[in-house]
Structure formats: C-alpha cells, structure tokens
Design a protein around this ligand. Structure first.
Ligand SMILES: [Mg+2]
Length: 221
C-alpha cells in the first residue's frame, strides 16, 4: 500500500502560514511603490480571495495588479517576496495532526510525497516546517504535471493503482490525473475547495480534517 501526499495545503499550511502573511507584506510594498489603494482592508480581502480561488499566487497577484491598475514590475517584486526560500520572516507550519498521521501511517504503508513547484523553495518549506521527511520512501518535486510522476511511482514501487491512495487539495492538478490512472483519491478540502461545489465523480473521499484519513487507509489496507 502506498499513500501519496501532496505538500502545499495538504501537509503544510501553505496558504495560511506562508502565502497570506506574505501577501499582506506585498500589499504594503505595492502601496509604498505608489499603487493607488483607497481601502487597504478591502484590497487585502480581494487579494486573498483571488489567491484562494485562483490557480496560483502569481495568477492572483497578476489579476490584482491588473484590477488596481498597477505596474507589471510590482508582479516580479511581489513574487520574490512570496517565494522567498529563506523564511527569515515566518515559519511554515505543518497541518495540525499531519505529523502524527505520518508517523502512524509509516508502519502500515509506504509514504510518498509529490509536490509541484520550484525545487529549492519546496525543499526549504519542508525543512523549515519540521516535516519528518525521512519517513517518506520518495519525495518528488516536479515542475510539470503530476501524472508523469504518478506513473513513474507505480512502476518503481510495482504497485497496482488501486493500492495507491492519493491525498491532495487540488482536484484538477492532483486528483484528476490520479483518478485517470485508477488510484484511490482523497480530497483534503482545506483552504481551497472549501466553499466550492465539487464535481462528484472525480474523488473517492472528501475529508476536512487530515485525521479522517485513518479509517480510509485502514479500509483499503
Ligand atoms: Mg496542494
């Protein structure tokens, strides 16, 4: 049995503990660079909403700058703040209960982590959050679609797809390709998707607390 985890907003509270505090700082930078914002609180809400509903913080920033008539140079600067791998400004937090979950599951399944993004930034997040990465049999950081990674893992671990549980927060990027390959899909409905209507066929389970994974793994083991 393999349990394959996503990183951002599945094991690490990326939106709440990294992106949103940094968006707050980016907004200050944009204002001090001359972006005309009348109501800061309202602007921050707009920015956070764009981030929670969009596909990436970059896209959210782009749209925000477009909406408020800002210069494109702000985007480059803002992105630098958001994806700063040093983490001198804050400490990335693990999702509550996820550390214990990983230790507990380790005794009954192989744990795998597949995350999409910049290698240095993703590795840094893992280290700074205290994620027990030595528990994972494999950690894969990819810059492209996850489907290829999933296929490689199936071959490498010689596991039939119905013996792989994929846990993630994004339906399109993480779970649709898993479902296409015949894997068991668990949507961790955290920051994203919390208020959205779910397309019904693409996930096998929906959980809102990471501890709800225990009975699912037991049932499938
Ligand atoms: Mg994610």
């Amino acid at each position: 049995m393999l349990v394959l985890f996503d990183l951002d907003d599945t094991l690490i509270e990326t939106t709440q503990s990294i992106v949103e505090p940094r968006l707050d700082r980016v907004l200050d930078k944009m204002i001090s660079s001359g972006l005309n914002i009348e109501d800061r609180d309202e602007a921050l809400l707009v920015l956070e909403r764009l981030n929670r509903t969009g596909s990436s913080s970059k896209e959210a920033l782009e749209e925000f700058i477009f909406l408020y008539g800002g210069d494109r140079a702000l985007l480059v600067h803002g992105q630098k703040i958001i994806s700063d791998p040093e983490f001198n400004d804050l400490t990335p937090q693990m999702v509550i209960g996820s550390e214990k979950l990983l230790y507990d599951l380790k005794s009954i399944a192989n744990l795998i982590l597949v995350t999409r993004g910049d290698e240095i930034f993703q590795q840094s997040k893992m280290k700074k959050s205290g994620l027990p990465y030595s528990l994972f049999s494999k950690i894969e950081v990819t810059s492209s679609s996850k489907k290829g990674c999933y296929e490689t893992i199936l071959k490498e671990f010689k596991t039939p797809p119905n013996r792989v549980i994929v846990v993630a927060d994004r339906i399109e990027d993480d779970l649709e390709p898993a479902k296409e390959l015949g894997m068991v899909t668990v949507l961790y409905r955290a920051m994203r998707n919390r208020f959205s209507i779910l397309p019904d066929l693409c996930v096998d389970y929906v959980i809102e607390d990471i501890a709800q994974l225990y009975p699912i793994v037991e049932e499938r083991c």
